[in-house]
Design a protein. Structure first.
Length: 379
């Protein structure tokens, strides 16, 4: 209950310090530079530069909320904006930063959507081109969070979600808390689709792609035939890599972005990128891919990018009793309110679509916030 007890708990060293002043000095970690409690308190509550370093104490986390939102992507932010407008006591948890999944997209990626279709909270999204880049989009969503002063708890992983008589108990990497209602908006980018091939655990087999500079002049392979595979292959080619694409289908997916499909087709026709259709990887050995199908061969490689998509992680939802559709692998929910079969537990964004993540994206997932908050206010 007391500040003194809270300080002892934050330090975890009950037996070594007796006074508030000593406890505060220990929390700051700079005993010799500050003398008064006022100076120490200022340091604890603001970012102050001391000898070239920033010292910043984390904001204390409450233990009870009206609404907890898990995931600080566009859908989670949309929920937070609506909750803030409605006067709800809420917070947003994310295992990384705001828009962290987008931050981990390929460095040179450009969005399919135009900026106006990615906007949140009536804040204009201005980009340098017709379609925004990855970096512009991350900056935009982080600025939205700052503008609305959204209550986002960063670098905090939610590890458990349990239904209780009064709502929900949430276990996280920073402690336990309770909420009357919960929104799960964790997307799908953290869980790649299965790739059960011997050797898939080798260190030069990747499920994510960032940029191509370090692969210049090297033999690289890309597995897949949809947008992520096509964009990865083209970017690697333009960074000087020797690219082989491997796809089990007869042709590239019809869903490939229309402005990049001709580019790849022309590179294949010119022999600048090798494409092996109706072919799959049978085994991976150090430096060698064994493929079979229309093409049977051993292909040398320095790096393999398995770009076959991602699926939502539903373990938290299942812990709370949410039913998972065996066909879509998505949570069972009411599309009008986004409430699951567990009362008070909602889903938002692409997570709701399960493996069919091309059905819900930022453009329509951003609308879920208003739907959810409107529904829970009526209860």
């Amino acid at each position: 209950k007391s500040d003194h007890q809270l300080k002892i708990q934050m330090i975890g060293r009950r037996d070594r310090f007796k006074s508030d002043h000593q406890l505060t000095i220990q929390m700051v970690g700079r005993r010799d530079r500050f003398k008064s409690d006022h100076q120490l308190s200022v340091l604890l509550t603001k970012r102050i530069r001391v000898s070239g370093f920033f010292i910043c104490m984390p904001k204390p986390v409450k233990t009870t909320y009206d609404l907890v939102i898990i995931g600080a992507g566009p859908a989670g932010l949309a929920c937070a904006i609506e909750a803030s407008k409605a006067g709800l006591d809420y917070c947003v948890f994310d295992q990384g930063s705001v828009a962290d999944a987008i931050r981990r997209f390929p460095v040179q990626m450009t969005f399919f959507s135009t900026p106006d279709l990615l906007q949140l909270g009536n804040i204009p999204f201005i980009s340098s081109g017709f379609r925004p880049s990855r970096s512009e989009t991350v900056k935009y969503y982080q600025s939205v969070s700052s503008t609305y002063r959204l209550e986002v708890i960063r670098n905090a992983r939610v590890t458990g979600l349990t239904k209780t008589a009064r709502g929900f108990q949430i276990a996280s990497s920073i402690g336990f808390l309770s909420a009357s209602r919960v929104v799960v908006a964790t997307g799908y980018f953290d869980t790649p689709n299965p790739f059960e091939v011997p050797g898939a655990d080798l260190p030069n087999v990747y499920r994510y792609y960032d940029e191509g500079f370090r692969y210049a002049g090297l033999e690289v392979a890309v597995v897949g035939g949809k947008n992520s595979a096509v964009e990865t292959a083209l970017d690697l080619y333009r960074h000087g890599a020797k690219v082989t694409m491997i796809h089990r289908g007869e042709r590239l997916s019809e869903g490939v972005k229309y402005w990049i499909l001709p580019d790849l087709e022309n590179r294949i026709k010119a022999g600048e990128i090798t494409a092996l259709f109706q072919t799959r990887v049978r085994r991976i050995r150090p430096g060698v891919l064994e493929v079979e199908g229309r093409t049977h061969a051993e292909i040398p490689f320095a790096a393999l990018f398995v770009m076959i998509g991602y699926r939502p992680e539903t373990a938290l939802l299942e812990q709370a009793g949410v039913s998972i559709d065996p066909d879509t692998l998505g949570p069972v929910h009411d599309p009008a309110t986004m409430e699951t079969n567990v009362g008070g537990l909602y889903v938002a964004g692409s997570l709701a679509a399960g493996k069919y993540n091309n059905k819900i994206f930022i453009e329509n997932g951003r609308l879920h916030g208003a739907m959810i908050v409107s529904a829970l206010l009526k209860k």
